[in-house]
Design a protein around this ligand. Structure first.
Ligand SMILES: *Cc1c(COP(=O)(O)O)cnc(C)c1O
Length: 386
């Protein structure tokens, strides 16, 4: 038995499955609330796309966070978990009519609008319902984040948001539309960001844009800075709770705020990432020509991050204390990229050992697929397995 895993209970459950440590999740949420609570009008929304497991969502809702959704399905999941609709924000470059109507019917707090044609459709659909939709414009700040190329979103070349040059024009359009109310600006520069300098660069850009708007006597009520705070994948035990103190302090220090302005955050990975592990069983240990493989029953269908982004996850053998040996950890899927790690040291592995793939709470279970006709992994929270 290693760490805090209930290995005996794990033996009774069909692998692979996700395990969520709810003590850590609750402690993380307390830290978010404590650090954000130090500043007036800092509101945190949980980015549902990181993990929409209903038990996890319930715990996050209990902590009082809002919900950041990127689809109608996520709006439904948030409502089902009890998030209050006046704390739901909805972003996405391709909102379908039914999704916009769902947001309108539920009077969500804000649509984060990413293009002119989308603004026009929201105005029309709101008019048909005799409603006024609150909108913020997602501005592409052309700020790069020092993270994997597939998860930067704030560069001019990315598909997200409205360019800075078009901002004035779009605001004018909105102000002439009867069924939308322009309430704010929205940004999101990427994910797994650990360099606070990237957030400072975003603040500086927002300050410039706000100065430009102030010259036109426009002061928006809401600034939404998105999410993106990263986690320590290398050392999940050493830093199990991200440095929220520095994160919120950074925004408080660098973002010039007008009085009564509300600042919104949309955090996903940093809230749920460290509390989750993918638990998988070793099927075979196979000796290759130059290396040995531990073949496990989880695959890229259960956790796609290593195959998709070459992401690193710390891997532990939670049922062995034997001397370490070097292994490639691979899954059963018929794809060469179905590899969780190459040449890592693990306590000697034998058939039926249990392996924990750590820091898998964000973009893990939610991205699972049925490729190879596989069953989707289940998720269990720690208090279910006491
Ligand atoms: C994905 C996403 C987030 C959350 O990103 P994290 O890196 O998980 O914090 C926030 N806002 C928007 C618009 C997103 O698309």
């Amino acid at each position: 038995m290693k760490g805090t895993f209930p290995v005996e209970k794990f033996r009774e459950i069909q692998t692979p499955f996700y395990y969520y440590d709810t003590n850590l999740l609750r402690n993380t949420l307390n830290e978010v609330n404590r650090e954000a609570g130090k500043y007036e009008n800092f509101h945190v929304h949980y980015a549902v796309k990181a993990n929409a497991n209903d038990k996890v969502l319930n715990i996050i809702r209990e902590a009082g966070l809002g919900a950041d959704c990127v689809s109608g399905g996520e709006i439904n999941a948030a409502i089902k978990a009890g998030f209050s609709t006046d704390k739901i924000v909805y972003a996405g470059v391709g909102k379908s009519d039914w999704e916009i109507n769902l947001g309108l019917d539920n009077n969500i707090f804000c649509f984060n609008v990413e293009s002119v044609p989308e603004l026009q459709v929201i105005n029309e659909l709101a008019a048909a319902k005799n409603k006024i939709a609150s909108v913020a414009f997602r501005i592409n700040p052309n700020v790069g984040a020092h993270t994997h190329a597939n998860i930067t979103t704030g560069l001019a070349e990315n598909k997200f948001g409205i360019s800075m040059e078009d901002m004035d024009k779009v605001i004018d359009m909105a102000q002439n539309m009867p069924n939308v109310r322009f309430i704010g600006l929205h940004f999101h520069i990427g994910s797994q960001i650990l360099d606070m300098g990237d957030f400072v660069a975003l603040c500086n850009r927002i300050n410039e844009l706000q100065d430009k708007l102030a010259k036109r006597h426009i002061i928006v009520d809401h600034i939404n800075v998105g999410g993106g705070l990263g986690i320590d994948y290398q050392h999940p035990n050493r830093q199990s709770i991200p440095d929220f103190a520095s994160y919120f302090e950074c925004y408080n220090k660098h973002l010039k705020r007008h009085s009564k302005q509300t600042i919104h955050f949309e955090l996903g990975r940093s809230i749920v990432g460290q509390c989750g592990s993918l638990i998988t069983k070793v099927l075979y240990v196979k000796q290759g020509t130059f290396k040995q493989f531990a073949i496990v029953d989880a695959g890229m269908t259960d956790l796609i991050r290593p195959a998709l982004y070459q992401a690193y996850h710390k891997i532990e053998n939670i049922t062995s204390e034997m001397a370490c040996e070097t292994y490639d950890i691979v899954g059963p899927i018929c794809e060469s990229s179905d590899v969780f790690a190459k040449a890592i040291d693990l306590n000697k592995v034998q058939r039926n050992d249990l392996i924990a793939i750590r820091s898998a709470g964000a973009y893990g279970e939610i991205m699972a697929s049925g490729y190879n006709c596989r069953t989707l992994p289940k998720g269990f929270i720690s208090e279910e397995l006491l």
